[in-house]
Design a protein around this ligand. Structure first.
Ligand SMILES: *Cc1c(COP(=O)(O)O)cnc(C)c1O
Length: 502
């Protein structure tokens, strides 16, 4: 059995018509009618948070999924959640106090050291189990600028009934991110480093998914084509659960309200917080931290989403480098309904622009705040936190800066929780630049391994006992592994190569 009898149907963001689509169907085939996205609707508060807090992480997830009407067979979900056993901490997502009234929820203890593992580990296991039960085989495609690729490959490695492909821009990721992909030995995985940038990787993926001829040839080989893309509702569902860990841990200290600060790009992580709030988690504010790509900050502060004159800027926090933040569509639907959402999204597609009414903006701002930070500030944030004995990655640094800013401006007397989305070791060069006092010439020729060694030395001399430092140095093993997927490809050759590989 895959689905139990309590499965609700999902909503779709651009139509009020009933979908008759269940969570599992949407997970397998994520494209909703009318170009919209599947989403949860009518989320009701949970009756008894205290009872929820008494549960283990996985039991909490079961309860939350049941409440949302996801309707997965509990044995199946249990098997998917067993994938969290690969995490380097017992409690999956630890909440660490870093200063007075300031905490970090660490989401980076999974196999690829970034928060994408929180969803992609159970997601990939679940997909493989469903494929097996349905006696089907899937070819999963993904494109990545850095973190999604490693997490997807790690999730699907050696999974039955699945082959997974990741397309990435050669030279466009950090060294650690590249090694996490190119050293994968599982024979059901294929990594394509292409000559070009992330836009080309993404458009190649989209073209392949849309190409009927390609789809038919894949089907002839016995595979159904699917994508592990970031708007898959199943990924969002798993990203709700860890917010309740904050509630659970703070309740033990008698703290019953808090704000979360989320380093954001595609808005999937923050959307998890929003759904958790709808389920009754006492979140006061959801604060969106952006880097120099300030599209989300512009949206939440002015109500205008305008990418007409904006170009993507490469920053120190690459996983947040984005112009079109897909999950905003689900937020618009939750607040303003399908008709409005359809109009706004079509306007964005056609004219690269839409604008909320001032009343709509006011409603959003009762829950959301946003702020963007420069790369220079990002380095400063890493230095400030280090002075207090905590090491941040560049993404999380934006959230830390926002927490400080809110406190200084007097917006925040409340408890603040920054969402730590990556381990610092994954972005060693930026962290080294912030902390290690190295001249720019030396910095330019430093590789990731050397940068990491310098950071670890610094931490030892300062006696910084980031609890998991010892375990975390396991990231160094990556540099000893053999790179397997080393060939470069032209995007135009991918179709033929994939079919030959299948
Ligand atoms: C993906 C990612 C983000 C952005 O998360 P969204 O859900 O896309 O907003 C932030 N930080 C890191 C390290 C990431 O990998």
């Amino acid at each position: 059995m895959i689905e139990n009898t309590h499965a609700h149907f999902l909503g779709q963001t651009r139509s009020d018509e009933a979908t008759h689509t269940t969570f599992i169907q949407a997970m397998l085939d994520p494209n909703a009618a009318y170009g919209g996205l599947y989403t949860f609707c009518d989320i009701k508060p949970l009756h008894d948070l205290t009872a929820l807090y008494a549960l283990s992480y996985n039991a909490m997830c079961q309860q939350i999924f049941t409440h949302l009407g996801i309707g997965l067979d509990s044995k199946l979900l249990e098997s998917a959640l067993a994938s969290y056993a690969t995490f380097r901490t017992d409690n999956i997502a630890p909440l660490i106090q870093i200063e007075s009234q300031l905490y970090a929820l660490e989401l980076y203890h999974g196999p690829t050291y970034a928060f994408k593992d929180m969803a992609l580990q159970p997601f990939s296991t679940l997909l493989s189990l469903i494929a097996k039960q349905n006696n089907k085989k899937y070819l999963i495609l993904s494109a990545t600028s850095g973190d999604t690729g490693p997490a997807t490959l790690s999730g699907f490695a050696n999974k039955q009934n699945i082959k997974a492909i990741c397309i990435y821009p050669k030279g466009g990721t950090s060294e650690v991110q590249r090694l996490q992909m190119t050293t994968q030995t599982a024979t059901n995985l294929k990594v394509y480093g292409i000559n070009g940038d992330f836009d080309l990787a993404q458009s190649t993926l989209k073209a392949l998914l849309k190409n009927e001829n390609f789809r038919n040839l894949v089907t002839e080989k016995g595979y159904a084509l699917s994508a592990a893309n970031s708007v898959n509702i199943a990924r969002i569902a798993f990203q709700i659960v860890y917010y309740f860990i904050i509630g659970k841990e703070l309740a033990k200290q008698g703290i019953n309200a808090f704000s979360v600060i989320v380093p954001s790009g595609n808005f999937g992580n923050a959307l998890g917080a929003f759904f958790a709030k709808k389920m009754g988690l006492p979140i006061t504010k959801i604060c969106i931290a952006s880097n120099p790509n300030d599209i989300l900050t512009q949206f939440f502060t002015t109500g205008v989403y305008d990418i007409r004159n904006k170009a993507l800027r490469l920053s120190y926090s690459p996983a947040m480098d984005i112009l079109k933040s897909s999950n905003i569509e689900r937020l618009l639907f939750a607040y303003f309904g399908a008709k409005k959402t359809k109009a706004y999204m079509e306007s964005l597609d056609k004219t690269q622009y839409f604008s909320l009414t001032s009343d709509e903006l006011k409603v959003l701002q009762t829950l959301f705040e946003a702020h963007s930070f420069s790369d220079e500030a990002c380095l400063y944030g890493i230095q400030q936190a280090f002075a207090k004995g905590y090491v941040l990655d560049p993404h999380t640094s934006n959230a830390y800066l926002f927490a400080k800013h809110r406190k200084e401006q007097g917006y925040a007397n409340d408890t603040q929780v920054i969402i730590a989305t990556a381990h610092f070791a994954k972005f060693a060069k930026v962290v080294c630049k912030a902390l290690c006092n190295i001249d720019s010439h030396t910095m330019a020729i430093l590789n990731d391994k050397e940068a990491l060694d310098k950071i670890f030395n610094l931490l030892h001399t300062h006696n910084i006992a980031q609890e998991n430092l010892q375990i975390d140095s396991s990231i160094l093993e990556l540099f000893q592994k053999k790179e397997i997927h080393t060939q470069s490809y032209n995007a135009s050759d991918l179709q033929e190569s994939i079919l030959a590989w299948l």
